[in-house]
Design a protein around this ligand. Structure first.
Ligand SMILES: [Zn+2]
Length: 403
């Protein structure tokens, strides 16, 4: 196999999870586009050299990030999380600074920047989607419409006290250029805050729907550290946050700044070592559990259908398409997907072509909701208690205990 590791350049790679040929999962379709969407391989490979799990195929970034329909302002729990993060960054790293600045990479509609702005930060966002960057600028949240890389960083020509990268480090085609850019843009005593889906949580929860073309890399603390160390950056603190069903917040500084490593970070690293998480065995076991989950989910949906029940998908998250397409769950099983994001109104899911309807517009509830937006379990159960009391079933294909 000639594919080179995205982190360490090794060619010693082994395929571990094959999710088949899938359309790009963020490409929700208009009626005219149905059936014409292109598809790409979705395989996870493991690097025997640095142990990073990653996709071996890259959908071109212009296809992936030109016009995405994900708006981070949409859910309350995400916005609350962003607010908490801005306050934490301010209190821990900028309290005594008269002037403080933040750069948000992949800043989306500016939800995160807005919280920093309220705390008195000089703010700047970089967002690759034209539509989303425009929304942010209209809200008065200064945003450059570009792909963030070393070139963009040099054009800015500026250093920041805080650089925020929420959920971007795994969908960067120009990975090394981006890390070099951070090195360039980070103040001497600055802190990079990386939020990433923690592969250990993904594996523990069997949340394989987090595997999709946008996510090129699946990090543990060990593998993220390997990447950062190559460019003179190092992790000094980390903890697990419940957002997106299990994310790590990692705090990173220049290696030469020698910040002391926190106990909780060292404990997490030790835990990875003790359970031998970064071994190929982890991924082979994970693959077996994904196959079993497919059989169990199909059996559940088919049995409810056989009882004459009506089933809707709850939510049309991007990740849901990985699951629907891999399981082969189409309109024979799900009548529609109910969704809040108005940008997806009237569109169809890529691959399975399930129609999307707005949550507040469909009047008759089904007998069963198959919850694709499982990471908002708490919010969903709370908002739908009256339906649960009426006997409507909410099935969570991924059901992490801590959510
Ligand atoms: Zn590697």
């Amino acid at each position: 196999m000639s594919f080179k590791c995205r982190v360490c350049d090794s060619v010693n790679m082994e395929p571990v999870i094959d999710l088949g040929i899938q359309p790009w999962c963020n490409d929700f379709l208009t009626p005219e586009q149905v059936g014409k969407e292109p598809s790409y391989p979705l395989n996870v490979v493991y690097c025997h050299q640095c142990t990073t799990a990653q996709l071996d195929y890259t959908v071109p970034k212009e296809v992936m990030f030109g016009d995405h329909t994900y708006l981070s302002g949409i859910t309350k729990s995400l916005s609350d999380h962003f607010k908490k993060m801005a306050i934490e960054a301010n209190d821990r790293f900028c309290e005594n600074k008269d002037e403080k600045s933040v750069l948000d990479i992949g800043s989306n509609d500016g939800t995160q920047l807005q919280h920093y702005k309220k705390l008195g930060f000089d703010i700047l966002g970089v967002e690759s989607s034209v539509g989303t960057a425009t929304i942010a600028n209209e809200r008065g949240l200064k945003t450059i419409n570009a792909f963030y890389n070393l070139e963009t960083a040099k054009e800015m020509g500026k250093k920041f006290d805080i650089i925020n990268a929420s959920g971007v480090f795994f969908h960067l085609e120009e990975l090394h250029s981006v890390v070099k850019a951070v090195k360039f843009n980070l103040n001497e005593d600055g802190v990079l805050i990386v939020q990433f889906l923690y592969m250990k949580s993904i594996v523990e929860n069997c949340a394989f729907d987090q595997i999709y073309h946008e996510h090129l890399l699946y990090y543990s603390l060990k593998t993220l550290k390997t990447l950062l160390n190559r460019h003179g950056l190092d992790i000094f603190d980390a903890y697990l946050a419940p957002i997106h069903g299990g994310s790590v917040m990692a705090f990173v500084s220049h290696t030469e700044s020698n910040r002391p490593k926190t106990e909780r970070y060292q404990a997490m690293v030790q835990e990875e070592e003790e359970c031998d998480f970064n071994s190929i065995k982890t991924y082979k076991d994970f693959n077996r559990r994904i196959q079993a989950m497919k059989q169990e989910n199909l059996a559940f949906l088919r049995s409810r259908k056989a009882e004459g029940k009506k089933i809707f998908g709850l939510g049309a998250p991007v990740k849901g398409n990985t699951m629907l397409n891999f399981f082969g769950v189409n309109t024979d099983l799900l009548d529609c997907l109910t969704e809040k994001n108005k940008l997806r109104d009237g569109l169809y899911s890529p691959g399975m072509h399930i129609p999307i309807v707005m949550e507040d517009e469909h009047l008759v509830h089904p007998d069963v909701y198959y919850v694709l937006a499982w990471n908002f379990k708490k919010e969903i159960l709370k908002n739908n208690q009256n339906l649960i009391d009426q006997g409507i079933e909410f099935f969570f294909p991924v059901d992490p205990e801590e959510l």
